[in-house]
Write a protein that binds this ligand. Structure first.
Ligand code: PEP
Ligand code: MG
Length: 583
């Protein structure tokens, strides 16, 4: 087989179109990944260190070879199939494709050992995918398993990556990435990413947006058309990917990228500005986070609080569940850091596109299956662990509980009973917590939006999850790029449900926010203000652009046009009115 290195050649220029999920422009070299290979660090080895790096690689190969040999002798009574697999793995390890080609990649391309090995693994597995015989095709799994063993052996034996990581010049190209894969990006510094699959409000895209790097999903065949090392331009706003651009195009995009950078710098001046409209109406801007480490950006953006902490991300990329203490520490860290500003912790929203390692995606139709509060109520012990952890953290700030995917009044009742139970067990153990922790519900299923009476009666606040509200109203899987063109936030049915929810909450005198992606879309800001919304929660990276839009808005004008939008059921007219509103 040819070494992966031979695929580095650059070819003709071409352009692909997908859905931009995160603005800005990235220019870099393509880095092809199969899913879940992102944990591996990518950095450049200094010329004088290459031989030492090759030594590190050789030692890991020898170690794993020794482990496999020991396993073969230590389990004498093992079934013959297991022995056959172990000897196949030992054979693969000895093959020059795995034991030698990565050495050349380290030497010639100065990749760190893990990166070189994964590059070669991706190349080999892609060769296997072309084999017709299904038995042989499946053998690519063996290569992956052997490589994973070697990667584990190298864990913790690497150099610290250079201060300016080589990753900053790499654009990840993948067929598909799960939200669990994407969250690993937070430990990396890639310039951008592009995928063949995915919708703009999938959790994969949401995490990408929180990284604030240019990204495109739904490119269909990018992974098979692009070769490792080719130069790419990612225009995340327009969803345009240019492969092997000419010098003139490159110069033009470098200029655009510089202009975007200047704009972003200017926005930073708004950090401490009061968030209010021209006519003096105060608007609360909060932030969405996935992990405690995101709080740094929340503070940099000057957010008034955290309107959505997607706690389920603490549960991904691991084989066990986080304990009560571990969860408590994570929630306390955020509560502490926010200094008394609200921290809205959403209880586990697992299911659909986010699943715990090893668990399947939850039934024949995961988005309609045992997801979010349904899953928590079906797993009372796990739910109690989380509720206790959140309640314990409530002593350290203004913690609020948010319940996802409510559809039935009895789900609210059962959740409130579960919270009462968690409080009682804490009382019994004399553990302190904030007795008045507020409990809110997400309105993201049309059934909830249409029966708000039940929800406003028993809950302290509401938060509209527009991502799911659109998905469930229009019956469009938000992760499926084949129906992405039908995912329409301006559909009259969606707008009616949002406007109605805001109005009902106001009548019931309970606070209401929007925390879906719509809250961070400046095109929608005036319309939402016109519907009466005064609380928005979004990625920290979007917050200052939304503040700028608020500072330029007169609520009275927005209300008049929003009322007209509510009265129309004609999509073309809705778009025309929105354009007028934003003029
Ligand atoms: C939503 O559905 O709009 C929401 C904020 O929740 P998530 O995107 O995590 O499903
Ligand atoms: Mg949701």
């Amino acid at each position: 087989m040819k070494p992966a290195e031979s695929s580095k050649a650059t070819g003709a220029s071409f352009t692909l179109h997908g859905a931009g999920v995160s603005g800005g422009i990235a220019i870099g070299r393509a880095h092809l990944v199969s899913t879940a290979r992102l944990e591996v660090a990518h950095y450049e080895i200094a010329l004088q260190d290459t031989e030492a790096e090759i030594g590190r690689f050789d030692r890991a190969i020898a170690q794993v070879y020794g482990e496999l040999a020991a396993l073969q002798t230590s389990i004498p009574g093992a079934p013959v199939e297991i022995k056959a697999i172990l000897s196949l793995h030992a054979m693969l390890l000895k093959d020059a494709n795995l034991s030698s080609v990565p050495r050349d990649l380290i030497r010639n391309r100065r990749c760190n050992a893990e990166w070189a090995l994964v590059l070669q693994m991706d190349y080999l597995t892609s060769q296997f995918e072309e084999i017709e015989d299904p038995y042989l095709r499946e053998r690519k799994q063996d290569i992956v398993q052997v490589v994973e063993r070697v990667l584990k052996a190298m864990l913790g034996t690497g150099h610290a990556p250079a201060a300016r990581s080589h990753e900053e010049e790499l654009i990840v190209v993948a067929h598909d990435l799960s939200p669990a894969d994407m969250i690993l990006f937070k430990q990396h510094q890639y310039a951008g990413f592009v995928t063949d699959l995915g919708g703009v409000t999938s959790h994969t895209a949401i995490v990408a947006r929180s990284l604030n790097i240019p990204a495109i999903v739904g490119l269909h065949h990018a992974r098979s058309m692009i070769r490792e090392g080719e130069v790419l331009i990612v225009d995340g706003a327009e969803g345009v990917l240019i492969v092997n651009p000419g010098e003139q195009v490159l110069a033009e995009y470098r200029e655009r990228s510089r202009a975007i950078g200047i704009e972003r710098q200017k926005l930073k001046r708004l950090r401490t500005a009061r968030s209010a409209t021209i006519d003096g109406v105060a608007v609360e801007l909060q932030a969405n986070i996935e992990l405690p480490q995101d709080v740094k950006e929340v503070k940099e953006a000057g957010a008034a609080g955290i309107g959505l902490f997607r706690s389920e991300f603490l549960f991904l990329n691991r084989d066990d569940l986080p304990s009560e203490d571990e969860q408590f520490e994570a929630y306390r860290e955020v509560a502490d850091a926010m200094d008394g500003r609200p921290v809205t912790i959403r209880t586990l929203d697992l299911g659909a596109d986010k699943s715990i390692n090893g668990a399947d995606r939850g039934g024949p139709n995961p988005a309609l299956g045992l997801r979010a509060i349904r899953f928590c109520l079906a797993e009372p012990q796990m739910f109690q662990t989380q509720l206790r952890a959140i309640l314990r953290a409530s002593r350290y700030g203004k913690v609020r509980l948010l319940i996802p995917m409510l559809a039935h009044a009895h789900e609210v009742e059962q959740t409130l009973a579960a919270v009462r139970h968690a409080k009682e067990t804490l009382d019994d153990q004399k553990v302190r917590y904030d007795q008045r922790v507020e409990i809110g519900g997400m309105i993201e299923v049309p059934a909830a939006a249409l029966s708000l009476k039940y929800f406003v009666r028993d809950l302290d606040f509401l938060s509209i999850g527009t991502n799911d509200l659109i998905q469930y109203t229009l019956a469009i899987d938000r992760t499926d790029d084949t129906v992405a063109h039908l995912y329409d936030p301006l559909h009259p049915a969606v707008l009616q449900l949002i406007a109605q929810t805001i109005r009902s909450a106001k009548r019931a005198k309970i606070p209401v926010a929007v925390c879906g992606e719509m809250a961070g879309d400046a095109v929608m800001t005036r319309l939402l203000l016109g519907f009466g919304l005064r609380e928005f929660s979004m990625h920290p990276a979007q917050l200052l652009a939304i503040k700028q839009q608020i500072l330029r808005t007169r609520v009275r004008d927005a209300e008049a046009l929003a009322a007209r939008v509510r009265r129309t059921h004609d999509p073309a007219k809705t778009r025309a009115l929105l354009a007028k509103l934003n003029a």
